[in-house]
Design a binder for this molecule. Structure first.
Ligand SMILES: Nc1ncnc2c1ncn2[C@@H]1O[C@H](COP(=O)(O)OP(=O)(O)OP(=O)(O)O)[C@@H](O)[C@H]1O
Ligand SMILES: [Mg+2]
Length: 491
């Protein structure tokens, strides 16, 4: 390489820049500012510093500053070992992995922790999440392919093995249908511990009646919704009935439900169709025409007299973990009904006060800001109600999306935990900074540079807001990506 000679004044400038000491100061012993030399700089936001003899600092921001002709790096961060004692111009160096491990271990909560990954700036250090922090609502977001579902899977696996929290997963992409199956490359002891927890996972997917009957009379793992267990409001929304505009048909449905005729006939949609067709009142018969025209009577999602509807599964005493494979259902209408029925059943049983983590993947579809139909509107309102009031009943949300601004904002704003993966859209990041102000903005803005699997983790689940890399997973990933063989070696 050819050395470009510096002009004499440039040499002086360079000497001055190299001579800038690495020093940090703090006025309150909680936050600190620092400056350091630009030449040879390796410091990044998210790095850990040993300041003075024993303080541990976490860098949040760093920028270039000019002081006359001399440039240097400066920034600020938080003190993790904060003694609340101010200090001035103490020398700092990069903290060793041992020092960070030591701090992580010293501050590890007494209750369960979830070993979900490593600190992305100190890969030698595993980063435990505080399981108790999931008693707040959690927001997972990041653009498509950033690793949300993978990271979410890692969290669920650890919650299953390390806690006794019940979990209900609304799974629009069939990503968690293999949550109970251990990967081949998992160490035997981890696999064994996981299998015990995995035995408590019930996966429910669309299927034909009688295809796989269980000894208890239920239809094996068939996903079905009991129409009779839906409230009058839900039933009206499913039938797209407006209490004012469609008052005659709405009244006919209310009469039918109130009179217990439907109940006596078996309560299913097939029975409803029969009763409506045979009815004497014209408005009742037009309700039957509506049912047929909407195609609702042909939906596979309805219970047909068997036990084990999703509403029953999420009731107290149901399986430890239920994965509702919404993606297996044939139509968006059925998916909306199944999601709404689960949320409604969970809300109805709130007085039981049994803690449940409600996981909603692809939340922009399940609880959107602008719902496309009446059932989705009910699901979105229920999620917002759970977000606002659910915690006191033990109903905790974990919502995941690639479109934060398309999720009901009443849900997002109630989240106290954030797992933010790669996100390029400046508007989305600005929205998050505004809505989830507990997440430090300088760290949040780094999301544009994250690699797959990397995240900003902030809130009660994390001892401090920091960058983590999730994985490895224990269970198989579900879903099925579109094959990419068409881009292969040609004809
Ligand atoms: N931490 C990780 N380690 C290894 N592989 C990962 C990691 N995170 C993601 N992947 C892989 O990257 C792919 C995409 O990840 P994932 O499905 O989790 O993305 P996503 O954010 O949920 O995307 P979408 O919004 O489209 O659902 C998957 O095949 C997954 O196996
Ligand atoms: Mg996903």
């Amino acid at each position: 390489m050819v050395e470009v000679p510096l002009a004499p004044d440039a040499r002086t400038r360079r000497d001055l820049e190299e001579a800038v000491p690495s020093v940090a100061s703090s006025l309150d012993g909680r936050r600190f500012s620092f400056r350091t030399a630009l030449p040879g700089l390796t410091l990044m936001p998210g790095d850990y510093l040993r300041i003075g003899a024993d303080r541990l600092g976490h860098v949040h921001s760093i920028e270039v500053a000019a002081h006359g002709p001399v440039s240097l790096a400066q920034g600020h961060g938080v003190l993790l070992d904060g003694l609340d004692v101010p200090f001035h111009e103490e020398v700092f160096v990069a903290a060793s992995a041992d020092l960070v491990v030591d701090w992580v271990e010293r501050t590890r909560p007494a209750r369960a922790t979830l070993d979900v990954g490593t600190l992305s700036r100190v890969p030698a250090v595993r980063f435990p999440l505080d399981a108790g922090g999931f008693d707040r609502h959690t927001f997972f977001c990041g653009q498509s392919g950033s690793g949300k579902t993978y990271a979410l899977g890692t969290v669920l696996e650890r919650l299953l093995t390390e806690t006794s929290l019940r979990i209900v997963v609304l799974d629009p992409n069939s990503d968690f249908v293999r949550l109970g199956e251990v990967r081949d490359d998992v160490p035997p002891d981890v696999a064994q511990a996981y299998r015990a927890a995995a035995a408590e996972i019930a996966v429910r997917r669309a299927g034909d009646v009688g295809a796989d009957p269980d000894a208890d009379g239920s239809d094996g793992d068939r996903l079905h919704v009991n129409f009779r267990n839906c409230s009058a409001d839900e039933q009206a929304a499913i039938l797209k009935l407006d209490p004012i505009r469609d008052r005659e048909e709405y009244g006919a449905l209310a009469d039918l439900v109130d009179s217990d005729t439907l109940e006596a006939a078996g309560g299913g949609v097939a029975e409803l169709r029969g009763l409506l067709a045979a009815a004497a009142r014209p408005e009742t018969r037009s309700l039957g025409t509506r049912l047929r025209n909407l195609g609702i009577d042909r939906w596979q999602v309805w219970s047909q007299g068997e036990a084990g509807s999703v509403q029953e599964l999420v009731a107290p005493g149901g399986p430890r973990c239920v994965v509702v494979d919404l993606g297996s259902l044939g139509t968006p209408g059925e998916q909306a009904v199944a999601a709404e029925a689960v949320l409604a059943a969970l809300w109805r049983r709130r007085s039981e006060r049994e803690p449940v983590l409600i996981v909603i993947d692809e939340a922009h579809n399940v609880c959107p800001r602008v719902p496309g139909d009446a059932v989705t509107a009910m699901a979105s309102e229920l999620t917002a109600r759970i977000a606002a009031e659910g915690r006191k009943f033990g109903l905790y949300l974990l919502v995941s999306t690639q479109r934060p601004q398309r999720v009901n904002e009443l849900v997002v704003s109630q989240c106290d935990n954030l797992v933010l993966m790669r996100m390029n859209a400046a508007a989305d990041l600005a929205y998050l900074a505004d809505t989830l102000s507990f997440a430090p903005e300088p760290l949040l803005s780094r999301a544009t540079d994250f690699r797959q699997g990397e995240a900003l983790v902030a809130g009660k689940i994390a001892s401090h807001a920091t960058f983590a890399r999730f994985g490895p997973r224990i269970a198989q990933e579900g879903g099925s990506d579109v094959p990419t063989a068409w881009a292969g070696t040609g004809r």
